[in-house]
Design a protein around this ligand. Structure first.
Ligand code: NAD
Ligand code: LMR
Length: 325
């Protein structure tokens, strides 16, 4: 019997990440080469026409796995029966905007979307927030979905993880496939902490194969500020690499992995306050993320994890003060 298609809802579908993402989902790269998908594209009313144009191009690819496309500006329609939700559409920071303004504008998007997911999505819904500030947007959405298990709300740090792999591979002149156990801790922001003290290259700790000055003064800031460097170079934020990371995140969540990085609700592990959506080293087993336990955290790493988590706590407190959660 033919398999029932998996419904994948993408918000901000007419944006640049949406354009890099939708064709890969429809080709089978999000869930597997044998899994049919149905796409639901959510946009603001003024961008629905552009989303329709993208849908025409999707049609023109004649993807064997794509069983249908719906386009809407109504979150209740977009998330009805959704199995996977990729929340990409967000309010970008504009000149003169304070952090609080950005959080407030995004609260107006992610609160209602969280509620629409709560009220309409399928029981197995999995949510990945890409739109920035991704961790706190995910927290806002999760807080508006009390009937959905909190663990189903995640935010994307896989792009940071992939950037860290690539920088280290270039430094050590090894293929990325030789690097294991890379970890991004904390927020998807410049405070994130890419950790080489647990990463391994050729079975040996990565931090022991590079000099400390490179690790501290080049590797960490290059990975943490890569998003800004791309904006500076391209005149627009990363799109294809962000879409690629979203594909990696969901594929591994559904199909399993022994070690990657994802921002998931903290259970208090490693001193990260419970409930905060923070990046951890994670495995995926049986379709669920699990935080990898038992890692020793030295003073160097502790200081940096704490700094990023402090920023997440401040963001949570700010959205609380604004009445957004
Ligand atoms: P974009 O401006 O090209 O597209 C965003 C789209 O979202 C637009 O089409 C807009 O109409 C739509 N949108 C806005 N509000 C919406 C709403 N309420 N419902 C549905 N759609 C809505 O931006 P982009 O380059 O595609 O980036 C999207 C987001 O992803 C940004 O917030 C960006 O900062 C973030 N991002 C995150 C990462 C990460 O690693 N987590 C990486 C790159 C970019
Ligand atoms: C990225 O990491 O590339 C983006 O989050 C940068 C941004 O601010 O959009």
């Amino acid at each position: 019997m033919a398999q029932t298609p998996v419904k994948v809802t993408v918000t901000g579908a007419a944006g640049q990440i949406g354009y890099a993402l939708l064709f890969r989902i429809a080709s089978g790269q999000l869930l597997g080469a044998d899994v049919p998908v149905k796409l639901s594209l959510l946009e603001v009313p003024q961008a629905v026409k552009a989303a329709e144009g993208t849908a025409m191009e999707l049609d023109d690819c004649a993807f064997p796995l794509l069983s249908g496309i719906e386009i809407t500006d109504d979150p209740n329609v977009a998330f009805a029966g959704a199995n996977v939700a990729l929340l990409v559409g967000a309010m970008p920071r504009k000149a003169g905007m304070e952090r609080g303004d950005l959080l407030e504008a995004n609260g107006g998007i992610f609160g209602p979307q969280g509620k629409a997911i709560n009220d309409n999505a399928a029981d197995d819904i999995r949510v990945l927030v890409v739109g920035n500030p991704a961790n706190t947007n995910a927290l806002i959405a999760q807080q508006h979905a009390p009937d959905v298990p909190a663990e189903r709300f995640t935010a994307m740090t896989r792009l940071d993880h992939n950037r860290a792999l690539s920088q280290l591979a270039a430094k050590l002149q090894v293929p990325v496939t030789e690097i294991k156990k890379m970890t991004i801790w904390g927020n998807h922001s410049a405070t994130q902490y890419p950790d080489l003290f647990h990463a391994e290259v050729g079975g040996k700790i990565a931090a022991e194969q590079v000099d400390e000055a490179w690790l501290r003064d080049t590797f960490i800031p290059t990975v943490a500020k890569r998003g800004a460097a791309i904006i500076e170079a391209r005149g627009a934020s990363s799109a294809a690499s962000a879409a690629n990371a979203a594909i990696d995140h969901v594929f591994d969540w559904v199909n399993g992995t022994e070690w990657t990085s994802a921002a998931i609700p903290s259970d208090g592990s490693y001193g990260v306050p419970e409930g905060i959506i923070s990046s951890f080293p994670v495995a995926s087993r049986g379709g669920r993320w699990e935080i990898i336990q038992g890692l020793e955290i030295d003073a160097f790493s502790r200081e940096r994890i704490d700094a990023s988590v402090r920023e997440l706590v401040e963001e949570r407190d700010a959205v609380r003060a604004l009445g957004l959660i």
